[in-house]
Design a protein around this ligand. Structure first.
Ligand code: ATP
Length: 488
């Protein structure tokens, strides 16, 4: 990240190059919703694919990864966005998933009560909300973040349903299905990537706080005795994942929550945080939460909504002494063949956001420098130093000029490389400008067909970060690029 990186520059680049657009922009936009453009969709897909490959599909079930207590299996799921409304009642989301908000009676603006000090007063932006002489704030009120909808033709309370505010519950309610259809044994993890929806009171900071976003979640099931070790394993494993894809460690941190900050059921929560440029110096924003959830989730879906009573989690009862929000009544416990013991598994949950991750990678990759053009004059450029694994376009192919057969050779190289990677062909404009466009898009390599190609079948291969060019034989391109893309 360049020292002078600002959110304005990131947002402008995203729009200019087609990474991220405001949703419904031609109608003035809609707060908290974003569209990923041609480059953005590739970036986000690459992030999700890297996560899936590293956590699920590429995971080796047969041996323990470094620092893991043992070997474990990983499987995936893709569950529905709308679920039975009882899911959200038993999980606690129906009556506890809310933020507190306050309204200003003078200017009619709405603020999140716990973030009042961060908002400027709409009438006097030099002051914070509530600090102006005529600010008139209401008492904090609860606002449930779940979007409500209706299933079927009847719009009445019996048809009410919710868009999921997290993907996790789809995993918990399928715990038995996974156990009975696969041969996984505890410890094992179930992973899911999918859309979640939260009616955030004040969506802001670009895609950081949106109302529709994508999560990449793992629910890792283990025995109560091993749960602390697995909690520690997953915190480190997930932190390392971000650095392996290029987030600098001084912009990243793992912050363990104080007990008072944790949810009532949590036995430990740590956030992986990034120093986003919209935050004041020294402050960090959450990229991912890693949480030790004990047996809270599976028990809730067995017995009903749980509340804390001293050291215990107990089923919340209504006035008649019945569970206020009953669970499924199904047995979600696990029988361990080895120890002949039955228990409710404990859960470690690494829960990441694909959009916040994409935003962090964009901020980290953003850089400005000056490089000499064809005539040796220094030209300022913006360059996205994205890790090759997540770069939207891996290679761009250019004919130096549109004659002497160069476009034909360049197009045939493009077609050949396109079989393996996302490759871009461009023959318009000066070569320097074409390079700079690709630098802004984060493309790690550019290939140029020039007059020497006609004589010896070599092309130039230019590196985005160093801008160095070398000659490579056309026949060797596939191997050389393949090696470099996977080098780190
Ligand atoms: P915050 O405190 O910022 O509201 P949270 O603690 O409620 O986040 P979790 O419920 O732990 O978030 O969700 C897991 C992850 O999902 C977050 O770390 C984040 O990456 C992503 N996420 C949550 N809410 C949003 C949102 N409104 N917009 C974009 N991503 C989100």
């Amino acid at each position: 990240m360049a020292d002078n990186t600002t959110m304005e520059k990131i947002v402008a680049l995203c729009k200019r190059r087609g990474f991220i657009f405001q949703s419904s922009e031609i109608y003035g936009g809609i707060g908290g919703f974003w569209d990923y453009g041609p480059l953005g969709v590739e970036l986000k897909r690459n992030i999700k694919e890297a996560w899936w490959r590293d956590m699920v599909a590429g995971h080796d079930d047969t041996q323990a990864p470094p620092n893991a207590p043992s070997a474990y299996a990983m499987v995936g799921l893709d569950t529905s966005i709308i679920m039975h409304p009882q899911v959200w009642k038993a999980s606690g989301h129906y009556d506890q998933f809310y933020d507190l908000f306050v309204d200003c009676r003078t200017c009619k603006a709405r603020f999140r009560a716990d973030q009042l000090g961060e908002y400027p007063c709409p009438r006097k932006p030099s002051r914070r909300a509530g600090e102006g002489e005529d600010c008139d704030l209401t008492e904090p009120r609860e606002f449930n973040l779940m979007f409500k909808t209706y299933v079927g033709a009847l719009i009445d309370p019996t048809a009410e349903a919710y868009l999921r505010p997290e993907t996790a519950q789809g995993i918990f309610v399928n715990f038995k299905n996974v156990l009975s259809t696969t041969r996984v044994k505890i410890p094992f993890g179930i992973a899911q990537i999918g859309k979640s929806f939260r009616n955030e009171i004040t969506p802001r900071n670009f895609t950081f706080r949106s109302r529709e976003f994508e999560q990449m979640e793992i629910e890792f099931f283990c025995s109560p005795e091993e749960s602390e070790d697995w909690y520690s394993y997953w915190r480190d494993r997930r932190l390392d994942w971000y650095t392996s894809l290029g987030l600098r460690s001084d912009n990243l941190r793992l912050r363990e929550h104080e007990p008072a900050e944790r949810a009532h059921y949590s036995c430990g929560t740590a956030d992986i945080e990034y120093a986003f440029p919209f935050l004041p110096e020294g402050e960090f924003g959450e990229l991912e939460g890693v949480s030790h959830r004990g047996d809270f989730d599976l028990r809730s879906h067995m017995e009903g909504k749980l509340i804390r009573d001293g050291d215990e989690l107990v089923v919340e009862l209504d006035e008649e002494g019945k569970p206020r929000y009953p669970g499924s009544g199904k047995d979600l416990s696990y029988f361990d063949e080895a120890t002949k013991r039955k228990f409710i598994p404990h859960v470690i949950e690494p829960s990441a956001g694909a959009d916040r991750t994409a935003l962090a990678f964009l901020c980290e990759a953003y850089d400005e420098d000056a490089i000499p053009d064809e005539k040796g004059t220094l030209q300022e450029r913006v360059v996205l130093r994205l890790h090759p694994r997540i770069a939207p376009i891996k290679v761009a192919v250019f004919p130096l000029v549109k004659k002497d057969g160069m476009p034909e050779i360049a197009a045939s190289i493009y077609r050949e490389l396109k079989k393996r990677w996302n490759v871009f062909y461009d023959e318009k404009g000066s070569i320097g400008r074409r390079y700079r466009r690709q630098d802004e898009s984060g493309t790690p390599f550019c290939i140029t067909v020039d007059s020497q190609t006609l004589a010896d079948d070599t092309v130039t291969l230019r590196d985005r970060d160093t801008t160095k060019q070398e000659r490579v034989r056309i026949d060797d391109l596939d191997g050389v690029i393949g090696e470099r893309l996977t080098a780190n």
